[in-house]
Every structure is written in structure tokens, then in C-alpha cells.
Ligand binder design. Structure first.
Ligand code: ADP
Length: 653
């Protein structure tokens, strides 16, 4: 079980976060295509005038250590009366204490301020997050419940932040914040990092950890194909949209001409090509200078992460929406691997980390951002003065429906009808705090939907190289190697806004899914399976003849290795070796592309185009890199590259 859970870690996270509705959990609504979090079995028709909650039972899931943890919470009008744990893949033994103690402590104290259990931090956090979600569904105030004092229920003594003075204050403990804190500390600064939730990690922990970079060593055995060449030619043929774009395009054209003249048959890639592709995929809305600063820094950052204990496999693939074979992966296909290494190194380097500590507003002195006012884990207001700078790394606003609706200019409906697979901490706080001190906001209307949000609860591969996507009619409907916005839009037009990824045993093995893991997923209803395509189709509930025809055509296309009728150019393996598998998916709000404007030194820019002294930002809280559509596998390097730069610059180097 332990081994299965360890491998499931990668499986679930690579798909982008929260899993689907339980097919086995008693209190979960039937399979929904719109949301992984559903209100279920509300027993009271109306909210009592005096009541805190709409009485009833509500179901939610949140990301644990090995994937989604489902639970349901029963409320009367005044309190939480019962918490039932549903489907999950957490490791028996390690997670037991969290399942026993956390729900009991929540009920006993009627509080979400319960300490996490050491050794089972992420399971504990998942329980707290999912209960918080149910509280919100029941009309309660999850934030207020977090602040309710707790008598026991946890183990660790929580560090309580007092009024302090430090060189660098980092706000947010995801990938950007941890890399900023580590790099500031390694560059000689004293550093305080605050995280408003009870665990570090943010979205970086939840994601698959895919890291795009040009990497001649790891890419050396990947063949260049005619189909891939056509992609380069197409992007190079785009008309000039600005001087910077024309200059970048000319550089890539030169590199491409030299590559072709050299007779090289292996994959073409350069930091400039990565930049040009990212700009093209974001419909030329990204800031070319910033994107170039990013892609020219990714390999150095990858190596810096390796020096700081992050492991990368030798394999490079194309994560969904990545458009090119440059997505690096960790051994578990998991951002949790990156967070664990950064946390260890930051702590060892002397960074002071405070959990359950929320930054509320920035302090400005003489035009300089000089610190912040925060609420500490005891619920008290404290002030941190930061002599060298404040680094904002609070992530995006996918979990803030109001902000989504306010800024969205891309989707017909981005409100409650769509779930998010983000951390509940992604509420846009840093954008609000930054705007209040004059920061310019860029690209706020562009919001990414992740097409691969698991509905059946499991997944096998978030990489598109050998993936076949089919709808409920058993037919392909899109080029699987397309941009995420194109994929999401295509899925939203399918029956029940749902699709399946069909793959075979060969692909499962390639992605490290052993037969043991696959049996676990099949037995727990996390993926559909069949020894033949017809049997798989029957279990999926799609027409067998249609799926058989689709797979047959797909295999012919793989062998032909040419652009197909949808324009797909990335082909690798056929689907021929049974047993066959198919988890189901539906889009979820995943990444907010807009945010604080920064320059290539990660300095925040104000509405007059000037640097705000003492103010740095990195990661999803910033805007300007991804344009209308973030390339899959660009978020983690964006957060970590600019986090590292922000740390160096704030420390004064
Ligand atoms: P990025 O990828 O940019 O690092 P993440 O989502 O991984 O973004 O991490 C952002 C982190 O910031 C989350 O863990 C979130 O809980 C935290 N955070 C958000 N707002 C605040 C705040 N006001 N104070 C402290 N931490 C915050």
C-alpha cells in the first residue's frame, strides 16, 4: 500500500490537482462533469434566520499527499456535527493519525485552526481544506473558523510571529516564495517567510511539477519530425507584431536555418525558440523582454534546483499544453518533490518560516515598500519591517470566484459553474495588496482552464505524446497537443463537458504506473479499464464500435507521423498493448495569467511605469509572461526562476 501510494503521488498530481467525484463515497453526488466539489443532500430547504449554516451534508475533496481526499461534512444550523472521510489514496499508517485526530479536533473546537499532524501535514491540510470548502458551501465563514482558538487537537507548537525586523520578507510559501526565500538567504539576507495556510506548497505542491526548459543533454535523443518542423515554420511565418518580436523571430530564424544546414536530425530547441513559442501561444500579449529573461534563465534555475536537492528524471516529454518536448519531470511527477527540497534547504539556510500567518497590507515609508502588517497564527496583528525588500509570492486568484468574475474577459462563464483545482490560498491577496501601493496590473482578464481535471479520480499521464482524448461518443475531437485554451474550449463543447484519455499498458509503464498501481486505480474506480478496447468502451459507457474505430485510426496516424485532421503534430506510441485504461476529465479553473507588472529583475512596476522601491514579486501573482494562454509546464519554471531572481535582487546582489 505504501508503495502504491508513493507512486500515486505522481499520478494524481501530474494531472493538475484535485480529483473527481467519488463513485464509491456514499454522500457524494453522482458523477458530475462540471465540478469536483458538489453540494450534496442538503436536508434543510432554507437557511434559518439565526442559523450559521444551511443544515445538511456537503461533500468536497482537496489535495492530500497522494491525490484527492474526499469527505463529507454534516451541519446543523449552528455547528459541524459529523465529518466522514470518503475516497482517498493516502498512505495507511502515515495518514491514520490525521484521519483520526483532525476531524475530531475540528468538531470538538468548531474550528479550522486545528494544528496539522507532523508527518502527515498534507493529509491534515487536505482534511482542513475540504472541510473549509464544505463550510463555505453551507454558507459559513471558513476564514473566521480558521481564527477560532483550539484546545489541543494537533501536535506541533506553532511558531507565532511577533513584531520583527528582517532584511527580506517573503509573502507566500509556494514555489515562488520558497525559491525567493532560499535565494535571498543564500545571498546573505536574513529572511522571514509567511504562509497563510497551515502547510507550505501552494499550487506548486499540487501540480505535476513539469518544468519546461531547453536542455541539450536531456533532449539529445528526441528525434525531430516533419510534423514538428512544420510547427517551427508556422510560428516563424507569423507577421511581426512589435520590434521586440521581430528581433526575437529573426534570431530564431537564424538558429533554425543553421540547424537545418547542419543536417541535425534530433529535436531543435533553444531558449529563444522557447520564448517565441510562449509568445505565440499567448497570442502575442506577453512581454517579450520578460519572456526572454525567463527562458534564458530556466536551465540555470533547473541546475540550481538540482544543487538544492531537487531530482529530475532523464526523460523529457510534452506535458499537456506544453507544445514541445521540453517538460522535465521529477521522479514522482510531482511539485511536492520540489517543495520538499526547497523547504528543507530554506530551513537549513536559516529562513524563518511562519505558517497560518497572513499578510494583510504592505507598509510604505518614503515611497518605499518597507514591510507588512500581518495576522499571526495566534490571531494578533503584527508588523514586520523589511530593510531590503518585500517579495510578493502569493499566487493567483483561481479560488476567488468574485475576482474571477470581475476580471475575466476570456470565458463565457467563469463563476460558480466551474470548480478550481487550486489551493484555497489562491485568493489574489497579493494583487489586492500590490494594487493598494500603486502597482500596475497586467493581463488580468486571461484565466486558464485546465482541461485535465480528473472526474473519475485518477489519471495515468498528463503527457500528450501518446495520448488519445475521446468524448462520450467514443470519438476524438481535438488535437491533443494543442494549447490549453483550445483544449478547454473543445471539451466544454462535448457532451457533459467531459472527455476520457485512452491509453494502453505500455503508456502506463512508461509513466511509472506498475500493474500493482493500475489494479489499485481500477479496483477503486479511479480509471476505467478493459482487456480489449470493446471491453474498455463498455465500462466507460461509450459505443464500442466507435471507440474501436477511433483507436484504429489513431494508431495509423501515429505510424504516419504527420499532422492529422485536427492539426496534431506530436506522435509517439500506438495504443495496442492491453489492458487498456481511460480516466475521465473535465476542465477546472487552473491559472490566472494576469497580476502585478514586474521587470526582469522581478521589481514591481507602478502605474506610471516606474519601479516601486523595495517591492519584488514572483510567480502567479505577477502578469506579463503568459499572455492569453500559459504554455503547460511554464508555470513552475516561471515561479522558480523569478523567485530566485527576486531573492537575489532583494538581498542586494
Ligand atoms: P506560486 O506558484 O506563484 O508560488 P503558489 O500557489 O504555489 O504560487 O503559492 C502561493 C502561496 O501563497 C500559497 O501557499 C498561498 O496560501 C499563499 N498566500 C496567499 N495569500 C497569502 C497571504 N495574504 N499571506 C500569506 N500567504 C499567502
Amino acid at each position: 500500500m505504501k508503495k502504491i501510494a508513493a507512486i500515486l503521488l505522481g499520478m494524481t498530481l501530474v494531472l493538475g490537482g484535485c480529483g473527481g467525484n467519488g463513485q464509491t463515497a456514499a454522500t457524494t453526488a453522482p458523477e458530475s462533469t462540471e465540478s469536483t466539489t458538489t453540494a450534496a443532500e442538503t436536508t434543510a430547504e432554507e437557511t434559518s434566520a439565526q442559523g450559521v449554516y444551511k443544515a445538511g451534508t456537503y461533500t468536497a475533496s482537496a489535495q492530500g499527499n497522494n491525490g484527492p481526499v474526499e469527505l463529507s461534512v454534516t451541519f446543523d444550523e449552528e455547528k459541524i456535527t459529523e465529518i466522514s472521510i470518503g475516497k482517498h489514496g493516502e498512505t495507511t499508517g502515515i495518514s491514520d493519525a490525521a484521519f483520526e485526530k483532525i476531524p475530531a479536533a475540528i468538531i470538538e473546537n468548531q474550528s479550522l485552526g486545528v494544528d496539522t499532524i507532523s508527518g502527515a501535514t498534507y493529509t491534515s491540510q487536505a482534511i482542513l481544506d475540504a472541510v473549509a470548502d464544505c463550510v463555505t458551501q453551507a454558507g459559513g465563514d471558513a476564514e473566521a473558523l480558521r481564527a477560532v482558538a483550539v484546545e489541543g487537537g494537533g501536535e506541533a507548537e506553532k511558531a507565532v510571529l511577533a513584531d520583527s525586523e528582517v532584511d527580506v520578507l517573503v509573502i507566500g510559501g509556494g514555489g515562488a516564495g520558497l525559491s525567493a526565500a532560499l535565494s535571498a538567504s543564500q545571498n546573505g539576507a536574513s529572511v522571514i517567510l509567511v504562509e497563510k495556510l497551515s502547510a507550505l506548497g501552494g499550487n506548486t505542491f499540487r501540480c505535476g511539477g513539469a518544468f519546461n526548459t531547453c536542455d541539450p543533454e536531456r533532449q539529445k535523443d528526441i528525434p525531430m519530425t516533419e510534423a514538428l518542423s512544420s510547427t517551427v515554420e508556422k510560428v516563424l511565418a507569423h507577421e511581426d507584431v512589435s520590434e521586440e518580436h521581430a528581433k526575437l523571430k529573426a534570431e530564431v530564424q537564424k538558429q533554425w536555418d543553421e540547424y537545418k544546414a547542419s543536417g541535425n536530425t534530433m529535436l531543435f530547441d533553444t531558449p529563444e525558440w522557447h520564448a517565441l513559442q510562449s509568445i505565440d501561444a499567448g497570442d502575442y500579449e506577453g512581454n517579450v523582454e520578460l519572456v526572454r529573461a525567463f527562458t534564458s534563465n530556466t536551465l540555470d534555475t533547473l541546475n540550481w534546483l538540482s544543487d538544492n536537492g531537487v531530482q529530475w528524471t532523464d526523460q523529457v516529454s510534452t506535458v499537456v499544453g506544453a507544445l514541445w518536448n521540453r517538460s522535465h519531470q521529477t521522479p514522482n511527477n510531482s511539485g511536492a518533490d520540489i517543495i520538499a527540497a526547497l523547504e528543507t534547504n530554506a530551513t537549513e539556510s536559516g529562513v524563518d518560516i511562519y505558517l497560518d500567518t497572513k499578510a494583510e497590507e504592505l507598509l510604505v515609508e518614503d515611497g518605499r515598500v518597507a514591510g507588512a502588517v500581518l495576522t499571526n497564527s495566534a490571531g494578533d496583528k503584527v508588523t514586520v519591517k523589511a530593510k531590503k525588500g518585500v517579495i510578493m509570492a502569493t499566487g493567483g486568484f483561481s479560488a476567488n470566484v468574485e475576482m474571477r468574475v470581475k476580471y475575466n474577459k476570456q470565458w463565457e462563464d467563469i463563476g460558480e459553474s466551474l470548480t478550481t483545482n487550486n489551493t484555497p490560498g489562491a485568493t489574489g491577496d497579493g494583487i489586492v495588496m500590490g494594487e493598494a501601493v500603486g502597482a500596475n496590473l497586467v493581463g488580468m482578464g486571461w484565466i486558464q482552464l485546465m482541461p485535465l481535471n480528473s472526474v473519475s479520480g485518477g489519471g495515468i499521464s498528463g503527457y500528450v505524446n501518446s495520448s488519445l482524448y475521446c468524448n462520450k461518443e467514443g470519438k476524438r475531437f481535438v488535437a491533443e497537443d494543442q494549447r490549453r485554451d483550445v483544449l478547454a474550449e473543445a471539451v466544454l463543447a462535448q457532451t457533459d463537458k467531459l472527455f476520457y484519455i485512452v491509453c494502453d499498458q505500455k503508456e502506463a509503464e512508461l509513466r511509472g504506473r506498475t500493474p500493482e498501481v493500475m489494479s489499485y486505480m481500477v479496483e477503486n474506480g479511479l480509471v476505467y479499464s478493459g482487456d480489449t478496447i470493446a471491453e474498455l468502451a463498455e465500462n466507460m459507457g461509450v459505443p464500442a464500435d466507435a471507440l474501436e474505430e477511433t483507436v484504429k485510426e489513431f494508431n495509423e496516424l501515429v505510424k504516419a507521423d504527420k499532422p492529422d485532421q485536427f492539426g496534431r503534430t506530436t506522435w509517439e506510441n500506438t495504443i495496442e498493448v492491453g489492458p487498456f485504461y481511460a480516466p475521465s476529465f473535465s476542465p477546472a479553473v487552473h491559472h490566472t495569467m494576469g497580476g502585478l507588472e514586474i521587470n526582469s529583475n522581478a521589481e514591481v512596476i507602478n502605474t506610471d511605469g516606474q519601479v516601486i522601491p523595495g517591492f519584488y514579486a514572483a510567480g502567479e501573482v505577477t502578469g506579463g509572461i503568459h499572455g492569453t494562454n500559459r504554455v503547460g509546464g511554464n508555470a513552475v519554471p516561471d515561479a522558480l526562476c523569478f523567485g530566485k531572481v527576486a531573492g537575489e535582487k532583494a538581498a542586494g546582489n
